[in-house]
Design a protein around this ligand. Structure first.
Ligand SMILES: [Fe+2]
Length: 265
């Protein structure tokens, strides 16, 4: 059995800075870490944490250092991919010693954890909200999947490889979904594809593979499909996801609060 905890879109800012003048994103992540540690025995063994982009709000060195400090009490290996708010080189420097990032170029990586091949893809276009998988990244994906053959894969990219129906987010979505789909459709093994960006949990099938978008630890985008839907976030924390592989993938959402109980019924 292999278990990967996915945290997404933490948007950590430097000390004293509120995101969008209202969100204390560090406090949201701290609260989630406390909750995870309090209930850890309920969840079973967790092998590592995967963070699916927008780790930082502003790409600053301080924000990455703060992020690492907040996650430290989990005492787990942490693997990250960039989102549209991140900056490639500050992020590379902050996480270089984990040994998964290349010294130059896109932050694509592959690491086997337990029985699962974790594969992280870089869809960042610095300074833009939308994402793209460059020819190099698509080649990396193709070559790595060929090497893995048919062992289980958890594939992460920040921008969802599907249209969410939330218009203002789809406008800053992944530009070359079709090329991604063409490559992953050839893979014959078990694969769960995970992403972030839309700050909401959605499940979408692409051929025989399931794609799951993670909620954000700090805010949510409403599922409002009207063409005139207001643009903006809701101040609702979304928690995180647990992906467990045991002869197949199972994904569970862990909410940011646990309420009281259990009560007899
Ligand atoms: Fe985000």
């Amino acid at each position: 059995m292999t278990t990967i905890l996915q945290i997404s879109d933490t948007h950590i800012a430097p000390k004293g800075v509120l995101v969008s003048n209202s969100l204390d994103t560090s406090a949201s992540l701290e609260k989630l870490v406390v909750r995870l540690n309090e209930k850890r025995s309920q969840f079973g063994v967790i092998d590592c944490v995967l963070v699916s982009g927008d780790i930082s709000e502003d790409g600053s060195v301080e924000s990455y250092n703060r992020f690492k400090k907040i996650l430290a009490p989990l005492d787990l290996p942490v693997f990250v991919i960039p989102g549209n708010h991140d900056l490639r080189d500050p992020m590379r420097n902050a996480f270089m010693k984990d040994g998964i990032f290349p010294k130059m170029g896109n932050l694509n990586w592959h690491k086997k954890v337990g029985k699962v091949h974790l594969l992280g893809l870089d869809s960042l276009i610095e300074g833009k909200g939308s994402g793209v998988l460059t020819p190099d990244t698509l080649q990396y994906l193709n070559d790595t999947l060929n090497k893995i053959k048919s062992e289980p894969v958890l594939l992460a990219l920040h921008h969802p490889p599907f249209k969410s129906g939330i218009k203002f987010m789809d406008e800053i979505g992944l530009k070359n979904i079709d090329m991604f789909v063409r490559i992953i459709s050839k893979f014959t093994g078990e694969m769960r594809i995970v992403c972030g960006h839309i700050h909401t949990m959605m499940m979408v099938g692409i051929n025989k593979h399931m794609v799951v978008s993670a909620p954000s630890s700090c805010s949510s985008f409403a599922y409002d499909t009207r063409s005139n839907a207001p643009v903006g976030f809701m101040d609702v924390e979304g928690g995180c996801l647990l992906h467990r592989w045991n002869d197949g993938f199972k994904t569970v959402r862990i909410g940011p609060t646990c309420g009281s109980g259990p009560f007899p019924f």
